[in-house]
Design a protein around this ligand. Structure first.
Ligand code: SAM
Length: 249
């Protein structure tokens, strides 16, 4: 009998074809509270991490970039400041509600022309080869079923010499810190998630999916395997998050 291919959804093993729908349900249900939750859960620290990503993009006025799994457009806005009025930033995300929440926020903050919103799957990016000076993905790649495909696509749409940058939760480097972090993420996060969004499952999935995500060195190898060059990473906050950067040859 043929066995259906499976994948991780947090700590559960599910048929591959179910993952996209389940991830969609989560982000549809939390979209309007997503930004608030990020601030509450990280004590605002995610903003510093996203700023670090924008600094590493090497973008200049007039350049273009795509923020894959861009959601509510935090990284896109930081990049838009760098590329200025003549530049172009695309927020690319599979979820309409997240894109709409992001679009309203960008308009409120005065980003009217330089940011565009495109709905699509990171595994098949709907842009031609060598289109952008940089591609970023922030806290998104963990949700994608085939992350190698998504990195391959990010590398494809970036111009030679451009950067592919991934900001993602990772694995703490100190054991003591790791225990405290486990306590916080498995006990406290779901509680906050339930109170603020009414969706406990979404914030149970979050720490589970982080633990299943490849550690720093493994992720570096995945990026190298899609052809990215000089891949290096920076651990942030004891490795709670990491920023991986590769260059397209
Ligand atoms: N990048 C934003 C940030 O840093 O705040 C949003 C991150 S949010 C945790 C993850 C985003 O990835 C969601 O908006 C979700 O819709 C999007 N996403 C999940 N799977 C995707 C896929 N296969 N293709 C494109 N976007 C996807």
């Amino acid at each position: 009998m043929d066995k259906k291919p499976t994948t991780h959804f947090g700590s559960k093993i599910i048929p591959v074809e179910e993952k996209k729908g389940r991830v969609q349900d989560i982000f549809t249900s939390v979209a309007d509270k997503y930004d608030l939750m990020n601030d509450l859960m990280s004590f605002g620290i995610h903003r510093l991490w996203k700023r670090f990503v924008a600094e590493k993009t090497n973008l200049k006025p007039g350049d273009s970039a795509i923020d894959v799994c861009g959601g509510t457009a935090d990284i896109a806005m930081l990049m838009a400041k760098r590329v200025g009025e003549k530049g172009r930033i695309v927020v690319y995300d599979i979820n309409r509600e997240m894109l709409e929440t992001g679009r309203e926020k960008c308009i409120d903050r005065g980003f009217l022309k330089s940011i565009r919103y495109v709905q699509g799957n990171a595994e098949e990016i709907a842009f031609a080869d060598n289109t952008f000076h940089c591609a970023t993905v922030g806290f998104g790649i963990r949700n994608v079923t085939y992350l190698e495909k998504a990195f391959g696509e990010m590398a494809r749409v970036v111009k030679p010499g451009g950067r592919v940058i991934c900001l993602e939760f990772s694995h703490p480097t100190s054991k003591t810190f790791s225990k405290l972090y486990d306590l916080y993420s498995f006990k406290v996060m779901p509680e906050i998630g339930e109170v603020v969004t009414g969706n406990r499952e979404a914030y149970t999935y979050l720490p589970e999916s982080i633990r299943k995500f490849p550690p720093q060195e493994e992720l570096k190898k995945i990026m190298e395997d899609v052809g990215l060059f000089k891949v290096k990473y920076h651990n942030l906050f004891n490795g709670i998050a990491a920023v991986h950067i590769g260059i397209k040859v």
